[in-house]
Write a protein of this length. Structure first.
Length: 805
């Protein structure tokens, strides 16, 4: 946003005693960033006002005139090509040395006659796009005086960056209020509320169908007897605020918006169908031709201003073409309203039309400000034209109850800021910012003004207001009284880092995802039907529908990662993620939630590529199971981890189950359900595992296990057992380990056989066993004893028999 120094001086007494650079510094340090300050008078040096005394045709050119121009102390002879002037017209004269656009004025011959300057047009001066002849000034200008100072161009422009939470600063008056508080200079506040009164008659009706869409709609009727041009000073201010001059009435609406931050819109009253305005939602299939000449299709969420024949304006964005004001407008209705910011923003984005007005409405304006805009508009209009009106206006205002009181504790403020500010000083600062307050001992009871209602909600907000006006530079600097200690990782952090490094060493890539998922993904993975996952935490204000739920599992995110990679032709995937998952606590009246560290692993595609000496291999269930078992071997120093069968809606019916550690479930593992894979349009198998790392880390021992290396040779034997089909391999293995005792160094299943050589519903499990004793060489008798013991126990428990028997 841009505003000018001279404009600010109209609201603040004695502001001229403070340099623009100092004002910029104070604003920036208080939270209103001034991006730059530019002196615009530099562009209008060597420009004076002159009067054309006489002119005659150029002797050597039919289309040129030779003019005698009085500039006060001398007469100049100027060659001019314009035709729109006459004797005694007041004009802008560029003297020798003046810079007009990209060239410097010099005394030069034009078709044999010396020209001692140049008479300028508005376009050449950069004031407007008007280029039909030179600029003719009114009689308020004095011959021979500096043009810039008379036209209000000897000025500075501030370019400001206004934060979204401060719509009250999107105006000259709002910034003036900030400067007044920062400098202590008196602010000249408007008092239009005391001048106007709302009309009670029914001559003109304002109907609002939903006060949530439009809390307030104020309007006033003006009758214009004559039509005048926009004053030059106003054109200049609009130009320096990056607003193009259009016409007198349009320029007035823009000027009022910049001064008070309240957009207004003017309707040609004679083009409205009746004495009634309706603020409502657009109806299905309605269309509206806007001022820009484009017809827009309206949606049912759009707010429109309508008469009895249909929409006449798109609320807060742009007026309709059919009720547009023009130079022939003699009776107009001025709208000053307050609209729902969210609705305006959605409509503005949908149609791709963002205006200065919509930008302000999006940020929730103060409904109390509508009268200031009407009052200022009338004040300006009456100074330019002859108008007929009275001191009444039409108003439809919902009772929003925008009242809030907050108690600010002096002790709390000083403790928070590290200051010793007195209660009286706190009250004074808040008064300067427009807050009404009362002192009660060491307490400031503050009434929040309507223009800060959306921004100031708590005591800490008031502390911030006091701090930025008091001055952050005035807050004493002190070193915190803490003892510096050398930082180190906690045991949990060490474990998580080690697990990450281990998985990376296995060839997996770590991914990091958002903790949010969509409801669609949650339902797709059937988590709503699983007791372990269904208690989710819902986000109250999600960014969009993809971030509705805090994830109760890492699986969805990892599968989405896989899908994205497969879509990009990256089909071989081995990834993991370590992050927190969240679950609501069932039957908790305080709606609390729990969170825990979790490891997710996903494998898909090829584990090894085809080479001259080996065939390609695809990831399978045993690869991901092997990774989980390797983690247990590395970190748990025991074989207490196993997998038990269990069906989940998101896993393959027969390839998946729970990961069990010490008879307690700590995770799930398996192949992703074919239906989910198909629904995601993935054409390759996906294997997943998820482990509760909090439970896993609890079982990690920090003790180093020492194992003496036996100097005696090992004995390797192979044993094959025939068991019933339903007997699990891991149960057989567990029993062998228990029977073999401490001399068993290693056990490995190397063969699984089902076939004609066995009875129906039987299978053969072949194990490779390695035995080694720490104190002697095991002989044949020792081994036979171990085999007999193992065979007997397996026969007793599983009715198993050695295959060679």
């Amino acid at each position: 946003m841009k505003i000018t120094y001279n404009w600010l001086k109209e609201f603040i007494e004695d502001l001229g005693n403070i340099a623009p650079s100092e004002i910029a510094k104070k604003l920036t340090m208080s939270g209103t960033e001034v991006k730059k300050v530019v002196y615009i008078g530099e562009n209008f040096k060597n420009l004076v006002t002159g009067r054309i005394l006489s002119f005659e045709k150029h002797p050597n050119a039919d289309k040129l005139s030779l003019c005698n121009v009085d500039i006060g102390q001398s007469l100049l002879s100027i060659v001019c090509g314009a035709k729109n002037f006459k004797d005694n017209d007041m004009v802008v004269v560029a003297l020798e040395g003046a810079r007009i656009q990209d060239f410097v004025i010099k005394k030069s011959k034009i078709r044999g006659i010396f020209s001692e300057g140049m008479m300028c047009s508005e376009k050449e001066l950069g004031i407007s796009d008007e280029s039909d002849g030179i600029m003719i000034l009114d009689d308020s200008f004095t011959v021979g005086k500096d043009f810039a100072s008379q036209a209000g161009l000897d000025d500075w422009v501030f370019e400001l960056e206004i934060t979204p939470n401060r719509p009250d600063c999107l105006s000259v008056f709002g910034i003036a209020r900030e400067i007044s508080a920062l400098t202590g200079l008196r602010l000249k506040e408007p008092d239009y509320d005391s001048v106007y009164s709302a009309r009670k008659d029914r001559e003109f009706v304002i109907e609002i169908e939903d006060y949530n869409l439009c809390p307030r709609y104020s309007a006033k009727i003006f009758k214009i007897d004559d039509y005048a041009c926009t004053p030059l000073w106003m054109k200049n201010r609009l130009m320096h605020c990056d607003i193009r001059s259009v016409s007198m009435l349009v320029d007035l609406t823009n000027y009022v918006m910049l001064e008070y931050g309240q957009p207004v819109h003017a309707f040609d009253l004679n083009k409205l169908s009746s004495g009634k305005i309706i603020i409502r939602k657009a109806e299905k299939e309605e269309k509206l031709l806007l001022i820009d000449g484009l017809e827009r299709n309206l949606y049912e969420d759009d707010i429109v201003i309508a008469d009895e024949n249909g929409p006449v304006a798109l609320a807060g964005i742009m007026g309709g073409k059919d009720t547009e004001i023009g130079s022939d407008t003699r009776e107009m209705l001025l709208e000053s309203a307050n609209f729902n910011g969210v609705s305006i923003m959605k409509t503005s984005k949908r149609i791709g039309l963002r205006s200065e007005a919509s930008n302000r409405f999006e940020k929730k304006l103060d409904p109390e400000n509508t009268i200031n805009a009407i009052g200022k508009f009338e004040e300006l209009l009456s100074s330019i034209c002859n108008i007929k009106t009275d001191n009444t206006f039409y108003d439809n205002y919902a009772d929003l109850n925008r009242k809030r009181s907050i108690e600010l504790r002096t002790a709390r403020l000083n403790k928070f800021l590290g200051t010793d500010i007195k209660t009286e000083k706190i009250s004074e600062i808040l008064n300067l910012l427009g807050f009404k307050n009362r002192i009660d001992k060491q307490l400031v009871k503050t009434d929040i003004p309507s223009f800060r209602y959306e921004d100031i909600e708590r005591e800490i907000d008031l502390i911030e207001e006091v701090a930025r006006i008091y001055g952050f530079d005035n807050i004493p600097v002190c070193t915190p009284g803490t003892v510096s200690k050398q930082g180190k990782y906690t045991d949990e952090q060490k474990s998580l880092r080690n697990i990450r490094n281990t998985l990376s060493g296995m060839g997996l890539n770590e991914v990091i995802n958002y903790s949010f998922i969509s409801r669609k993904d949650f339902m797709l993975f059937c988590l709503d039907r699983e007791d372990d996952y269904k208690n989710y935490v819902k986000i109250i204000n999600p960014l969009n529908e993809d971030f509705e739920i805090l994830r109760t599992s890492l699986i969805q995110s990892l599968v989405r990662n896989a899908k994205d990679n497969i879509f990009k032709k990256i089909n071989d995937i081995a990834i993991f993620e370590i992050s927190k998952i969240f679950k609501s606590v069932a039957d908790d009246k305080q709606n609390r939630s729990s969170e825990k560290n979790t490891l997710g692993i996903l494998l898909s595609g090829k584990s090894s590529l085809k080479r001259w000496d080996m065939q390609e291999k695809y990831f399978d269930y045993f690869d991901i199971k092997g990774i989980v078992e390797s983690l247990a071997d590395i970190f748990l120093n025991e074989q207490g981890l196993c997998v038990s069968e269990r069906e989940y809606g998101f896993l393959h019916p027969v390839i998946g189950g729970d990961i069990i550690l010490k008879n307690k479930k700590i995770g799930v593992i398996g192949k992703l359900h074919p239906k989910i894979v198909s629904d995601l349009d993935i054409r390759q198998d996906i294997y997943i595992a998820e482990i509760d790392l909090d439970a896993f880390i609890e079982n990690i021992s920090s003790e180093k296990v020492f194992r003496h290396i036996s100097p005696f040779p090992s004995v390797n034997i192979d044993l094959a057992f025939i068991v019933d089909e339903e007997i699990k391999y891991q149960d057989v293995e567990k029993e062998i380990i228990a029977c073999a005792g401490r001399n068993l160094q290693n056990i490995r299943l190397f063969d699984l056989y089902r076939g004609k050589q066995l009875e129906d519903n039987k299978k053969s499990l072949a194990f490779a066993l390695e035995f080694n004793a720490a104190d002697k060489t095991l002989n044949e008798k020792d081994i036979e004893s171990l085999i007999k013991k193992i065979s007997g126990q397996l026969s007793k428990k599983f009715k198993a028999r050695l295959r060679d028997q």
